[in-house]
Every structure is written in structure tokens, then in C-alpha cells.
Write a protein that binds this ligand. Structure first.
Ligand code: TZP
Ligand code: MG
Length: 210
């Protein structure tokens, strides 16, 4: 499997990437210090995801930053993405692992204790935990868990983890303080007037913890 660093995880949202395209946003974020990128487009369909995913793979070549595809294994395979991220209602992670083999990264969203206890570390490489806060980026999100909930789920899951949901640069300290290995953001980067600067501000806050 390609090694991965969850510390500054950009999740792309085409509805928010308005000031800059998805490719421009991604390259700006990588220049600013994003360590991993997820293509999450709920409206594109498999063909649309493949089209934009191929552009992203080409643009990201040589950066060493992995590209993860949300929820669409056919698109992930067609693109040659580095991994797949699935939610609780998506393709079961076991089936994703059977199709993708050991070389690809598999991430799973968890939002409560029940699902955190069921995560299989032999199948899943990392968990996405949240939402920490309510966010309009994902209107159908589960109840917010806050930083205490995050700390609990990090411990229960016992896998590399990234926090998500309403997170901004001023949340870096409590996110890492809760034991998470990274902060995942959509609107803190996508649609910002200066996505590179916005990413760098988060990266600097992370670097300041060390
Ligand atoms: N999953 C849980 S919350 C969320 C996802 C994809 C959206 C987070 O977006 P933002 O803009 O960083 O709050
Ligand atoms: Mg999903």
C-alpha cells in the first residue's frame, strides 16, 4: 500500500470549488501542505467521477499525495486511485478490500460507538470520525459528536484516524489533542479566495504542535 499521511486531509466538493476548479484547488492545497486528497462528488455519477478523477491523477502525479475516491469503487478502479473511502451505507469495506486488494488504501466513516466497535483493522486502513460539528457541507450528517466524542471514538476504533465536520484552522489543537492523526476539511479550503494560503495556515498550525 502507498504510505499515507492523514494530517491535512482535503475533501473536494464541486459545489464549493467555485472560485477555483477542483484541479486548481487541489494543486493549491498541495502547495500549501495538504497531505491527502479525497474526490467526493455526490452528483457526478461514475462517468463524471472518472473524468475529473483522471484530471486529478494527472495533475497530482509526482506530488506523492494520495488520491482517494469517495464511495464509487468502479470510478476508483478506473482512475487508478490510491484508495477508496466508504461510509456506513456504502459498499461494505470487506467487499471493497476483496476488489481492491492489499495495495489500496481503504477509509471508513464512523460516527458513533456502535460502528466504531465493529471496525475491522484487518480490512480498514483508517477511519474518518465525525461530524465533530454540524456543517452545511453535508446536510444529511449524523449528530455532531464534539471533541469528547471524537476522543472516545479515536480510542475505540484503534486505527489511524482523521476528524471531520465544521473544522477550521483554530481546531487543529483540539483535534490532535483528542488523539486524531489528522484534520479533514472541505469548506476551510474549497471555495476560499486563496486555497493555498488557507491550507498553509492549517499546515502551520499543525507544525506548531510539534
Ligand atoms: N462527512 C462528515 S461532515 C462532512 C463530511 C463529508 C463535511 C465536512 O465539511 P466541512 O465544510 O469541512 O464542514
Ligand atoms: Mg457515502
Amino acid at each position: 500500500m502507498k504510505s499515507f499521511d492523514l494530517s491535512l486531509y482535503l475533501v473536494l466538493d464541486p459545489d464549493l470549488c467555485r472560485t477555483h476548479s477542483m484541479v486548481e484547488t487541489t494543486m493549491a492545497a498541495i502547495a500549501g501542505g495538504a497531505t491527502i486528497v479525497q474526490l467526493r462528488d455526490k452528483k457526478a455519477g461514475t462517468e463524471g467521477l472518472i473524468r475529473i478523477g483522471r484530471e486529478l491523477i494527472k495533475a497530482m502525479a509526482g506530488t506523492g499525495v494520495p488520491l482517494i475516491v469517495n464511495d464509487d469503487i468502479e470510478a476508483a478502479i478506473a482512475i487508478g486511485a490510491d484508495g477508496l473511502h466508504v461510509g456506513q451505507d456504502d459498499l461494505p469495506s470487506q467487499m471493497a478490500r476483496e476488489r481492491l486488494g492489499r495495495d489500496k488504501i481503504i477509509g471508513l466513516s464512523i460516527e458513533d460507538e456502535t460502528v466504531a466497535r465493529k471496525v475491522d483493522p484487518g480490512i480498514v486502513d483508517y477511519v474518518g470520525i465525525g461530524p465533530v460539528f454540524a456543517t452545511s457541507t453535508k446536510p444529511d450528517h449524523k449528530p455532531a459528536i464534539g471533541f469528547d466524542g471524537l476522543a472516545d471514538l479515536v480510542k475505540i476504533a484503534g486505527l489511524p484516524s482523521v476528524a471531520i465536520g465544521g473544522l477550521k484552522k483554530n481546531h487543529v489543537e483540539p483535534v490532535f489533542g483528542a488523539g486524531a492523526n489528522g484534520i479533514a476539511v472541505v469548506s476551510a479550503i474549497c471555495g476560499q479566495p486563496d486555497p493555498e494560503g488557507a491550507t498553509r495556515a492549517i499546515a502551520d498550525a499543525i507544525a506548531a504542535l510539534k
